[in-house]
Design a protein around this ligand. Structure first.
Ligand SMILES: [Zn+2]
Length: 285
C-alpha cells in the first residue's frame, strides 16, 4: 500500500541516505515526476480481498465441488504441479496490468439505486461483471487446457472480488480507498479495512468462522448472475453505517461488519463452486 510503504521509517531512512550529499539532477526530477504521476493514476491501495480472503473463498469453494468439477480442476491444475485452487487465487492480482486492472471491480454511481447498467458502468467490457462472464465462457469452451487454466485462475479470483462490497463502490472515492480511517490504533482506509483489516482482526473474527464451516456440496441451483452479485455489494456500501462518520472503526462497527463479511465470503465460495460445477462437466481429456 502506497501510504504504508512511504511512511515506513526504515524505507524513509534508506531513501534519505541515498540522497544525502548528492546533487539532484534534472534526470532525477524527471524520474521523480514520472513516478509521482504514475502513483496518481494507479489505484490507491489494493483492489482485491487480501490474500487471506481469497484463499479462504477458494478453499471453501473447493469443498463444495462436484466430483466431475473436482476432477477437471485437478486436470487443469496439473499443468502447474503443486498448484491448488487456494494457491492460484491471488494470481490475477500478481499479473495485473493497466489493461486488466478494471476487471477487478465495477463502479456504480451513488445516485442510482445500485442498478448495474453495462453501457454506463462497463464500457468495452472493462469491469468485473463482464470479466467474469468472459472467463466463464472461456472455461466452458474447447480452448486449450493452458488457456482454460488461465480462465480458471481469473474466475477463482474475480468471483471473490465482486463480493468484496467496495469492489462495487463509487468512483469518487475510488471504492473507499480515499476514505481515511483509524482502526486498532493505526491509520488505514475503508477499502483496506474490508480487504484485510477486518479479516485479520486480532480477536479471530472471520478466521474462527471459516474454521467452523463444514464441507458441503454447493446447492444444485445457484443462478449465475454476476451483475446482481455486484448490486448486492453496492447495496451493502450504501447502508448508512458503512462509512463511519467519525472515521474511527470502533467495536460496534466491527460487530456490525463481521456477519456481513462472513456472509460475503460464504456467498462468494458457494457461487464460485456453482460456476465451476456448472462449467466443468464434460470430460475433455
Ligand atoms: Zn483483484
Amino acid at each position: 500500500m502506497v501510504v504504508h510503504l512511504s511512511g515506513h521509517p526504515k524505507r524513509q531512512r534508506r531513501f534519505g541516505l541515498a540522497l544525502r550529499g548528492e546533487r539532484l539532477t534534472p534526470a532525477f526530477w524527471r524520474v521523480a515526476c514520472c513516478a509521482w504521476a504514475l502513483l496518481q493514476c494507479a489505484p490507491q491501495g489494493a483492489w482485491a480481498w487480501g490474500a487471506q480472503g481469497h484463499r479462504w473463498i477458494a478453499t471453501l469453494a473447493q469443498s463444495q465441488l462436484s466430483e466431475a468439477a473436482q476432477h477437471q480442476v485437478e486436470h487443469l491444475l496439473a499443468l502447474e504441479p503443486g498448484a491448488t485452487l487456494a494457491s492460484i487465487s491471488t494470481w490475477a492480482d500478481e499479473v495485473r496490468t493497466p489493461a486488466t486492472a478494471a476487471w477487478h471491480y465495477v463502479n456504480l454511481p451513488p445516485d442510482a439505486p445500485c442498478r448495474y447498467d453495462p453501457l454506463r458502468d462497463c464500457p468495452d467490457g472493462a469491469c468485473v461483471v463482464a470479466a467474469i462472464q468472459t472467463q466463464r465462457q472461456l472455461l466452458r469452451s474447447q480452448a486449450t487446457d493452458s488457456q482454460r487454466l488461465v480462465a480458471l485462475k481469473y474466475l477463482v479470483h474475480l468471483v471473490a472480488d465482486v463480493h468484496q462490497p467496495l469492489h462495487a463502490g463509487n468512483a469518487q472515492d475510488r471504492g473507499g480507498n480515499r476514505f481515511q480511517l483509524q482502526f486498532a490504533g493505526r491509520g488505514t482506509n475503508l477499502h483496506a479495512l474490508w480487504d484485510q483489516g477486518l479479516i485479520e482482526a486480532p480477536a479471530g473474527g472471520p478466521a474462527q468462522w471459516v474454521a467452523r464451516q463444514p464441507d458441503r456440496p454447493a446447492p444444485a441451483r445457484d443462478p449465475f448472475e454476476p451483475a446482481s452479485w455486484a448490486e448486492e455489494s453496492c447495496r451493502i456500501v450504501a447502508q448508512p453505517w458503512f462509512y463511519p462518520a467519525s472515521h474511527r472503526v470502533d467495536d460496534a462497527y466491527v460487530e456490525r461488519a463481521e456477519p456481513v463479511l462472513e456472509q460475503r465470503l460464504a456467498d462468494a465460495a458457494r457461487r464460485l463452486a456453482a460456476v465451476l460445477n456448472d462449467s466443468l462437466v464434460d470430460a475433455r481429456e
